[in-house]
Structure formats: structure tokens, C-alpha cells
Design a protein around this ligand. Structure first.
Ligand code: SF4
Length: 339
């Protein structure tokens, strides 16, 4: 699906989210800022899934939180259904929130252990006054339980009585209850066993089809994102470094960071796995408080050259299908197997 699709639901323009860092307890002195999100731009069409991938601490979750206005962006636009929601007041934002829901990473920590499943799923309905009569309220919750593959007879139980996968289904039912158009899925399967991960991904795909949902699917695992995403954005230290259609990204990754992430995904066939060239990432992700000058990836890049240390590469288009890459080498299309 192309970003040029007319049916754009969400556009993020030059989004930044900076957190000031202070020193001292009584006389606080600002010593810098963490640029958690640093000039991120993309659009998502209605019914599309955009995967947002990168190592932990690269700014994926912060991007999701800034889109939902859980953390107010430092600058930039978040245009949802045609309106810039960074400019809305609290009342307007609350009204809009039901259309933009979040599924959390941790199905163990995200559900209130003192609430029954009925109360957990029903709470958003009550907040947004969508509950109707008592009978309608009960019926809606039963229906939501069935929709996510849970037995409605378990509705009066507590979260600890459910498995990890079932708890994530409860979280999904809660998000669905207010009939959103956009769901930000923040690492929704990373805390689950691999077999359960597949079930939850399949459920999310079924629900997308059924309710025409749009997903921003955040993950550190490229294997997970591959199955569900139409397009994928790769983030590094607060910036998007590569953006492409799913097939283009996996078959022709251009940025050395993307190549390293793809190389880290195991292939089930041991013969192919043994012959495959692995681009290994060396070192840790640098501190976002003091990111490297020029290309932020240059401290870990096997293809680094002088220009990379001085000049920040722009996210340039490298194909007419919207494939974009932020690397000084991308236009030259080098043979990266021979650095
Ligand atoms: Fe590597 Fe230079 Fe490209 Fe950055 S700009 S990814 S350091 S080759």
C-alpha cells in the first residue's frame, strides 16, 4: 500500500519529542536534552499496518506516545482524520481518544489486578458513555469477549486467572470496545511465547479485516513485523533511517542498520542459515543525550567513511515505490558485501 493513497488516516510531520535532563537536586540545572523522537515523518492509510522497528531505546514507543498525545510533542504535527491533534484542547482530545487506542507490551502489568475482566473491558465504554442500558452493556462485553476468542463465561474472573495470551486478548478487547480506527500496538507479542505470538498476530489480522482497523505496529523483532506490516519504518536514535514496502525492505535493505537487523532474524532452514552473510552490529546504541555527530549510526557502521562523521544523511527516495534511506552510500548502491 502506498503512502500516496488518498485514504490517509494519520500523518506525522517532523515530529519531535525532547526530554530535558537536569543536574542537581535543589538547584536544578539543565544539562541537555534527550531527543527521543527527532524529526519523524510518515503517513498511514486507512486499513494499513505500518511496522515501526528498531532496538530498544530507539524512540519507537516515544513516537507512539507522542502520536497519542500521552507525551505532548516538542514540535511537529500529528494529523488524524484531517485535524492536527497537537493543537486540540483537553476536551477535544478526550473525545478523539476513543478513535486512537493503544495495546500495551506487557499483558501482565497493563491490566489492573483488582478489576474483573468485565470491568476492564467495560471501563472505556463507561468513560465514553457508550455503555447503553445494563443489558446492552453486558451484551457488548460478552460480544467483545467472543470477538477476541475468550469465553464470555470467564468475564467475572480476574487477570491473574488468565494466561499471558488470554490477557493480551483482554487488552485487545478493551481497545476494541470504543470502536477505534487507529490502534497503536506497542510490542504486543514480545512478552509472549512464540506459539502464542502467532495466535495474537493472527487475531490482530482478523480484527483488522473485520473492522477496517489501521495499525502502527511497534516491535524490535523484524520477524514479527514481517508478517503483519504493509510498510516498515526502521528507527535508530530517534530518527527513521529506512522506510519501505515490506517486500522491498526484506529483499533489498539499503541501510546498514536494517541489513544488520534482518541478518539477526534466524532462518528456519539450517543450510540457508549457514550460508547466509551476517552483518553484525558492534557496540551499544550511543546515549541519546549525547548522540554522535553526522550520521548517528556511524559509531557502529561497518561502512563508515569520513563524510559520515561530519554530515547527517537525509532520508532520500531510492525507488519510485517510496523506498527511502538515510545513508550517504544509498544513492551509489554499493556492494555492501565488500565494504
Ligand atoms: Fe554507515 Fe555512513 Fe551510511 Fe551512516 S551514512 S549508515 S555511517 S555508510
Amino acid at each position: 500500500m502506498s503512502e500516496h493513497n488518498n485514504n490517509i488516516l494519520l500523518t506525522v510531520n517532523n515530529l519531535t519529542l525532547y526530554f530535558p535532563v537536569f543536574k542537581g537536586i535543589i538547584f536544578k540545572k539543565k544539562i541537555g536534552e534527550v531527543k527521543a523522537v527527532d524529526g519523524v515523518s510518515f503517513s498511514i492509510a486507512s486499513g494499513e499496518t505500518l511496522g515501526l522497528v528498531g532496538e530498544s531505546g530507539c524512540g519507537k514507543t516515544s513516537t507512539g506516545r507522542a502520536i497519542l498525545q500521552m507525551d505532548h510533542p516538542t514540535s511537529g504535527e500529528v494529523i488524524f482524520e484531517g485535524a492536527d491533534i497537537t493543537k486540540l484542547n483537553k476536551y477535544e482530545l478526550r473525545h478523539l481518544r476513543k478513535k486512537m487506542q493503544l495495546i500495551f507490551q506487557d499483558p501482565f502489568g497493563s491490566l489492573d489486578p483488582r478489576m474483573t475482566v468485565r470491568d476492564i473491558i467495560g471501563e472505556p465504554l463507561l468513560i465514553h458513555k457508550l455503555n447503553g442500558s445494563k443489558a446492552e452493556y453486558r451484551e457488548q462485553i460478552d460480544h467483545l469477549m467472543e470477538t477476541v476468542g475468550l469465553n464470555p463465561r470467564m468475564v467475572d474472573r480476574y487477570p491473574h486467572e488468565f494466561s499471558g495470551g488470554q490477557r493480551q486478548r483482554i487488552g485487545i478487547a478493551r481497545a476494541l470496545s470504543v470502536r477505534p480506527s487507529l490502534i497503536i500496538c506497542d510490542e504486543p507479542v514480545s512478552a509472549l511465547d512464540v506459539s502464542i505470538q502467532a495466535q495474537i498476530i493472527n487475531l490482530l489480522e482478523e480484527l483488522q479485516e473485520k473492522f477496517n482497523l489501521t495499525y502502527l505496529f511497534i516491535a524490535h523483532d523484524l520477524a514479527v513485523v514481517r508478517h503483519i506490516s504493509d510498510r516498515i519504518a526502521v528507527m535508530y536514535l530517534g530518527e527513521i533511517v529506512e522506510f519501505a514496502d515490506r517486500k522491498d525492505l526484506y529483499h533489498s535493505p539499503q541501510h546498514p542498520y536494517t541489513q544488520a537487523l534482518i541478518a539477526a532474524v534466524p532462518i528456519p532452514d539450517p543450510l540457508i542459515e549457514a550460508e547466509r552473510k551476517h552483518v553484525l552490529l558492534s557496540g551499544e546504541v550511543p546515549s541519546p543525550l549525547n548522540p554522535p555527530a553526522g550520521c548517528k549510526f556511524h559509531t557502529r557502521c561497518p561502512y563508515v567513511h569520513d563524510l559520515c562523521r561530519k554530515k547527517t544523511p537525509q532520508l532520500n527516495q531510492v525507488s519510485d515505490r517510496g523506498h527511502r534511506v538515510a545513508c550517504h552510500l544509498s544513492a551509489k548502491a554499493p556492494d555492501r558485501n565488500n565494504p
